[in-house]
Design a protein around this ligand. Structure first.
Ligand SMILES: CC(C)(COP(=O)(O)OP(=O)(O)OC[C@H]1O[C@@H](n2cnc3c(N)ncnc32)[C@H](O)[C@@H]1OP(=O)(O)O)[C@@H](O)C(=O)NCCC(=O)NCCS
Length: 176
């Protein structure tokens, strides 16, 4: 499968939304309960900036996956912390495309001058957690029963990757 990873454009919003909405009623990989509307995706994309890009994986002219960096928190002091999202079309999973998208996103985060990437996933999302772990994300928190979907309470793990390893927090961690 020949894959091209590139920045998303307005023309990609339909497939981005379709890929995401597939999971809304079927999976705890998103805590959204109702499918995205066309307007919601347009606003989501309009609010992007170079520091918070959206990328897509394209194959044979079709968008088959997407990924994005979003603000972790809108308060100014959090400006260099971003949250990563990756969504693959359900029929092309486990072919390395998710890893390629996340690798590309990590490099873009580094180039944008971000300090750390945070990934959140429901504890039952083994693929998402394993993908992040395979790229060096570490588990830093687990919040119990913070979401409710499909009639059950859900726990959320937060994963973190530091982009600059000469940071004060890493130095602190390295101390005996
Ligand atoms: C999670 C997701 C992005 C992974 O993408 P993918 O292309 O299927 O995964 P890859 O083929 O790149 O796999 C990379 C690594 O992730 C892990 N992984 C992927 N799928 C897995 C699965 N079903 N079970 C366990 N580990 C899995 C493995 O560590 C794998 O490495 P390996 O193949 O060398 O063992 C994709 O499954 C997806 O879109 N899922 C639904 C949406 C979602 O959960 N998004 C994450 C929330 S932001």
């Amino acid at each position: 499968m020949d894959i091209v990873i590139r920045l998303a454009t307005n023309a990609d919003l339909g497939p981005i939304r379709d890929i995401y909405n597939y999971y809304v009623h079927r999976s705890t990989c998103t805590f959204q309960l109702e499918p995205d509307t066309e307007d919601a995706r347009i606003i989501w994309f309009r609010d992007r900036s170079p520091a918070h890009p959206v990328i897509v994986a394209e194959s044979g002219g079709d968008v088959i996956g997407w990924a994005a960096l979003s603000a972790w928190n809108r308060r100014e002091a959090y400006a260099h912390s971003v949250e990563a999202s990756v969504y693959l079309r359900h029929d092309v999973q486990r072919r390395g495309i998710g890893r390629s998208l996340l690798c590309d996103l990590i490099e873009r985060a580094r180039q944008a001058g971000h300090h750390t990437i945070i990934g959140g996933a429901c504890t039952e999302q083994a693929a998402s957690l394993a993908l992040q772990e395979s790229l060096g994300f570490e588990r830093v928190a687990c919040f119990k029963e913070v979401g409710q979907k499909f009639g059950r309470w859900l726990d959320v793990v937060y994963m973190q990757l530091f982009l600059d390893h000469q940071t004060s927090s890493n130095v602190v961690r390295a101390l005996p």
